[in-house]
Design a protein around this ligand. Structure first.
Ligand code: BDP
Length: 606
């Protein structure tokens, strides 16, 4: 699904701003037809934002059920004769949307876009009422899973992942117009021949035209200076780029493919697709980008901040990338869900490498019973995560790859974080999902993130993974505080994984750390311990050749549900939630850039 754009033939109207909002814990609004008129008893709510932390009220924060949003917008007069679309970049975790009194779409899944052609329902120049019932409930058939139970004070949501169940309209909403014959999809795949100086880039493209598809397609490829470097006729083909400038980590060089629908000399539609020419390959234990071994440095991140919750925010985006640059990170994982489109666009431009993850997190009842003292239940069974859940998961993979396939920054798909993976049931559940991801994208490796409860020798999914991704907490959740013993145990396990002859990325290692807490004896929770813990991990990684990456858990402290082992959230950040560096951030910066403090003594940008 292509993003809305302003081009020579297209126009967008953003609907971000303050909408009317009303909670509906019992679901009464559907029967009472709240969409059919102005939302009664509404309070203001910003879009985009999670609603949970906007109002200082525990009922809002912990709301379970529907949350109604409503706004009105005038459809631009100039859109007469155009195809008009209503688009939500996301609504967490599902939504039903109406234009005036008519339901126009339903969508399951909180982190991917959805849209509807509303041309027949609106009149350019007139106002329309847009209503969305956004539902935040998690169950065994949702991603991520959860359970809603009746409690003494109403319904209560529990879930099996370690971040707060923020909900609402987290990303922009648009009305947009395209011609009635329009580009509806583009796929680009890149390759190159030859070495620097005499390098020929290849850009295969496939343009899908909808509406009256009998129109001709023409493509132009421009370099970063706007010079046309290749052209093509027809809906698919391969362009050749002489002396191509590759996209590479740290060098986010982008070409731009303009896909035109033409009728003789007349331009019917124009869509602009950025293109980074690069290759990705797994060979033995190496992860190759453009044929060169790549070592991932960086973090698992979250979309999380005070007040806004999970809302996308450009200021935070640019700031976080500046911090990635400062600390020497070349990559991150979109733990544990697809992020806003803007994040990948920016990663493309900045040359930051991305591991793109679905929202399949918490599919592991063993973690729940082991760590959180919940009664042991089966993870994969007809009553829990079942065939219906797998179809939801398959759809999430389809939507992720359809949305993100053209980003050069994305080098690896992660189809799940820490699912149960030592049982036959997990194997049955996952085997077709790996096959699906590989069929949908033959150009990128596919993997999943393995949990500590499935150590080397027990995992039944590793054989389907092109890359081994491991989350390990030796010295924190096990061997707590005893870094010497932790080091031995960790190295021993990692040596086992290295025998599989696949590249290994450590996708999580970390220790909760309260900024400002210190001790001379490096006790857990102190800044000294976090540094010592990271040092220990790095010694282990540096001793094993198959390790091709280290991503610390987490970039920044983030909010979680209330638990006895979380102090106002998870504190494993290298930065605090408001992005102040802990001591560990300086340690990582030294390791990843070679630069020593004090960086505050003056600008050290090169
Ligand atoms: C891992 C999860 C991550 C958690 C982390 C932790 O993948 O979401 O936040 O542990 O416990 O199991 O800090």
């Amino acid at each position: 699904m292509l993003r809305p754009q302003d081009t020579a033939t297209r126009e967008r109207r953003s609907l971000t701003g303050i909408w009317d909002f009303r909670l509906d814990g019992t679901g009464a609004g559907h029967d009472a037809r709240w969409f059919a008129g102005p939302l009664a008893d509404a309070r203001p709510m910003p879009v985009p934002a999670s609603f949970n932390d906007i109002v200082p009220d525990v009922e809002v924060k912990n709301h379970v059920g529907d949350a109604w949003y409503q706004t009105s917008a005038r459809v631009p007069r100039g859109w007469a004769g155009e195809r008009i679309v209503l688009r939500f970049d996301s609504a967490t975790h599902r939504a039903v949307v109406w234009i005036n009194d008519t339901e126009v779409m339903r969508h399951e899944g909180g982190y991917t876009p959805f849209e509807a052609d509303v041309t027949e329902l609106v009149t350019p120049g007139d106002e329309v009422r847009i209503t969305a019932a956004v539902n935040n409930e998690l169950n065994f058939q949702s991603l991520p899973p959860g359970v809603v139970q009746e409690g003494p004070r109403g319904r209560k949501q529990t879930y099996f992942h370690d971040f707060f169940n923020y909900a609402g309209i987290h990303r922009p909403v648009y009305l947009y117009a395209t011609p009635t014959t329009y580009v509806s999809d583009i796929t680009v795949v890149t390759d190159f021949d030859g070495a620097a100086g005499a390098r020929t880039g290849k850009v295969s493209y496939d343009v899908v035209v909808s509406g009256d598809g009998s129109q001709d397609v023409r493509v132009l490829l421009r370099d970063a200076d706007g010079e046309v470097v290749a052209t093509g006729d027809g809906a698919s083909g391969e362009l050749t780029v002489q002396d191509a400038h590759l996209w590479a980590p740290g060098d986010g060089y982008l070409y731009e493919l303009e896909a035109q629908v033409v009728d003789g000399d007349a331009l019917v539609d124009s869509y602009l697709q950025t293109v980074g020419i690069r290759t990705v390959e797994v060979r033995g234990t190496q992860f190759l980008i453009n044929g060169e071994p790549f070592y991932f440095t960086g973090f698992g991140k979250h979309e999380d901040q005070a007040v806004r919750g999970k809302a996308h925010d450009d200021a935070m985006l640019v700031h976080d990338f500046e911090l990635l640059d400062w600390i020497g990170a070349n990559s991150f994982r979109t733990s544990h869900y697809p992020y806003a489109d803007e994040v990948y666009d920016y990663a493309d431009r900045q040359g930051i490498v991305v591991i793109d993850e679905t929202s399949a997190v918490g599919q592991n009842m063993g973690v729940m019973s082991g760590m959180m003292g919940m009664p042991a239940i089966e993870t994969f069974s007809p009553e829990t995560i079942n065939d219906e859940s797998r179809e939801v998961h398959a759809q999430a993979i389809r939507e992720l790859i359809a949305r993100d396939k053209n980003h050069p920054s994305i080098v690896l798909w992660s189809i799940a974080n820490e699912p149960e993976s030592a049982s036959d049931a997990s194997r049955e559940y996952f085997e077709p999902l790996f096959a699906l991801a590989k069929e949908l994208d033959t150009t990128r490796p596919v993997g999943f993130v393995n949990v500590m409860l499935s150590p080397f020798g027990t995992c039944k999914l590793a054989e389907f993974s092109d890359v081994i991704m491991l989350n390990r907490y030796y010295g924190w959740y096990v061997d707590t505080g005893d870094l010497e013993v932790a080091e031995e145990h960790w190295r021993a396990e990692l040596q086992g994984w290295a025998s599989l002859d696949k590249p290994i990325i450590i996708t999580e290692y970390g220790a909760d750390t309260v900024a400002g807490l210190h001790s001379t004896t490096a006790d857990p929770w102190t800044e000294e311990f976090q540094s010592a813990y990271l040092d220990m991990n790095h010694r282990v990684f540096d001793s094993i050749d198959a390790v091709v990456g280290e991503q610390v858990w987490n970039f920044a402290d983030f909010q979680t549900s209330q638990m006895v082992f979380r102090v106002d959230g998870n504190k494993k950040g290298a930065f605090t939630r408001d992005r102040r560096p802990k001591a560990a951030a300086h340690l990582l910066r030294k390791r990843w850039t070679g630069k020593s403090d004090p960086s505050w003594a003056g600008s050290d940008r090169d």
